[in-house]
Write a protein that binds this ligand. Structure first.
Ligand code: ATP
Ligand code: MG
Length: 559
């Protein structure tokens, strides 16, 4: 099991500096953070950055972090997403203090909206959405005051109550803050606080037909929960004056501050729930947990460990400046973690049969192989050997160049743990396809060591045909061929047609658990693998989590 205390914790960043300063001046004594996803999709690798930051800070400062569902858009939010978000945060190894919904605060938010109206700081606007947009102005021109801006407090109170009491249709009125239509910051030009929306909410059902907007809800929810540092991504920097305005104009139980950091942008991937949702709905992937998706659920199914994701977040750090992270960073974090955890096994994904003609047909032997080359705690297992084995088709070449150190006619190769074999004959079918190889073995080379000092350069993996377990193996690769698919006019054009290759005739050595996806395997020379959720003893299915080496680096260099 993954140990959350193993989360690297001494990484310093500007947010921690602010917290240190706040603690030093006695501004607060307990640090409270929150991770506030909207339950309108599954969490992705970008969210992991925010989770590690918020929960990591709470843990290191001995405070706490809430998991708050920011659920102000009833039309897009679903129970399935709520369940998946909880599962993903837990899987990463974090424990929330409480798990409220912003919608739990709707009564209090309504009361605060009434308070703003009473103070003359909010009004009901009856312009259409188009009129509001047209009157908002531009970056270079101020906006125009709404003709309804000077409504009396009494009229506003009555209209707002009627909005709540279902007297109007969607879009007939909105509640707006009364700030400044000429503000250079468009977010401060009388932002909308409430809208009429006749939609059933996953948490509050049909109780409300008006819903508060994100900017109104967020800071006030933070204040209700006593959040001390509200950490969000840089796009919200321009919203901070509004965040502050709302809190400054209402009596709230606490006064949080918002601090922004740069969101994760990762090469070869999309980190937008909207676009990921498109991939799912269009059937470009098998679902939110398709192993090619950089959703937490997809990564889990693919075979990522929580620790590899946490280590990745730690490696990239927290900054105030946008940068794009190379995919290699994530892959290295994964390989480094799996290298220490993965049980070694042999499997052949593209089998070619080898018949060892001088090995007795009724004989078999079991070779002892360590489960991990560096860590004896992993123990060992017995690997069966017999007259017919499978090797990887790639490990044979008929017209091999001199430097090909694997098997070819007349050449000798070492079978891992077992014997030296020499290829004597190539058997082909009528179409010319190689069907099998006839080899001989040297009984003196048992255990793979040279009997007379002769050199054998190559060592290949193999599986005994008689003992092999048939399996399907999914070879996954990056979902996109372009480093920045999100920037393309249409990200579909960047989809990698080879991102999923099914090998349906793979052969596994018998000492492999077929349905336990808590065990990471390294299939020697092939990469890291994990059994898929759909795997059964009758139909084993394994996913390649990651190759052993970066095969993209070469491609990128040669381009
Ligand atoms: P999306 O555009 O994918 O829907 P979002 O920001 O709207 O993302 P939320 O559910 O609102 O998704 O996000 C919850 C929290 O996760 C927010 O605090 C948000 O800032 C943070 N977050 C989302 N994407 C990233 C990212 N790429 N890097 C860092 N933090 C992120
Ligand atoms: Mg959002």
């Amino acid at each position: 099991m993954h140990d959350p205390s193993a989360v690297a914790s001494d990484s310093s960043n500007f947010i921690r500096d602010t917290i240190d300063a706040d603690l030093a001046t006695g501004k607060m004594s307990t640090i409270i953070t929150r991770f506030p996803p909207e339950p309108n999709g599954y969490l992705h690798i970008g969210h992991a950055k925010s989770i590690c930051l918020n929960f990591g800070i709470a843990r290191d400062y001995k405070g706490y972090c809430n998991l708050r569902f920011d659920d102000t858009n009833p039309e897009k939010e679903e129970q399935e997403y709520i369940d998946s978000i909880r599962r993903d945060v837990e899987w990463l190894g974090f424990e929330w203090h409480s798990n409220p919904f912003a919608s739990d605060y709707f009564d209090q938010l309504y009361a605060w909206a009434v308070d703003l109206i009473t103070q003359g700081k909010a009004y009901v606007d009856s312009q259409s959405a188009e009129e509001i947009r047209a009157n908002r102005g531009t970056l270079t021109e101020p906006g125009n005051d709404s003709p309804y801006r000077e409504r009396s407090v009494e009229e506003n109170l009555e209209l707002f109550e009627d909005m709540k009491n279902d007297k109007y249709n969607d879009g007939e009125h909105v509640l707006r803050a009364r700030i400044d239509m000429a503000s250079p910051n468009i977010n401060m030009r009388d932002p909308v606080l409430y809208r009429i929306l006749h939609a059933t909410h996953h948490n509050t059902g049909d109780k409300w037909c008006i819903y508060p907007l994100y900017d109104f809800t967020h800071g006030l929810s933070d204040a209700i929960e006593g959040v001390t540092h509200s950490l969000c991504t840089l796009e919200f920097e321009d919203h901070r004056p509004l965040y502050d305005w709302i809190l400054d104009n209402l009596e709230t139980p606490s006064r949080p501050v918002q601090i922004e950091f740069a969101r994760l942008q990762l090469e070869y991937s999309l980190t937008s729930k909207r676009k990921l949702n498109m991939l799912v709905n269009e059937g470009q992937v098998s679902g939110w947990d398709d192993p090619r998706m950089l959703t937490i659920s997809g990564m889990r199914r693919r075979g990522f460990t929580p620790q590899s994701i946490i280590n990745f977040c730690d490696m990239i750090g927290i900054t105030k400046k946008y940068s794009t992270i190379e995919m290699g960073v994530l892959e290295t974090a994964l390989r480094d973690d799996l290298n220490t955890r993965a049980t070694r096994r042999m499997a052949v994904v593209d089998p070619l049969k080898v018949i060892i003609e001088n090995y007795p047909a009724d004989q078999e032997e079991w070779f002892n192989g360590p489960n991990h080359p560096q860590n004896p705690d992993f123990g060992s297992r017995e690997v069966p050997f017999s007259r017919e084995i499978y090797i990887e088709r790639d490990d044979f070449m008929e017209d091999a160049p001199k430097k090909f150190f694997r098997l070819s006619p007349g050449r000798e190769v070492r079978l891992r743990f077992a014997y030296y074999i020499t290829c004597k004959e190539v058997i082909k079918n009528a179409a010319g396809k190689i069907e099998s190889l006839i080899c001989t073995y040297d009984p003196e080379s048992r255990g793979g060591s040279s009997p007379d000092g002769r050199k054998v350069r190559g060592t290949i993996h193999w599986v005994s045909a008689r003992h092999a377990v048939d399996a399907q193996v999914n070879l996954y690769d990056r979902l996109f061929t372009s480093p920045n698919p999100g920037a393309a006019a249409d990200f579909h054009q960047a989809l990698n047609p080879d991102s999923h290759i099914v090998m349906d005739n793979a052969k596994l050595e018998p000492a492999i658990e077929l349905t336990d996806n808590s065990i990471a395997y390294q299939f020697e020379r092939l990469g890291y693998f994990i059994s898929d959720y759909d795997s059964s003893n009758d139909n084993p299915v394994f996913n390649r989590t990651m190759t052993l080496r970066d095969s993209w680096a070469k491609i990128e260099q040669s381009q």
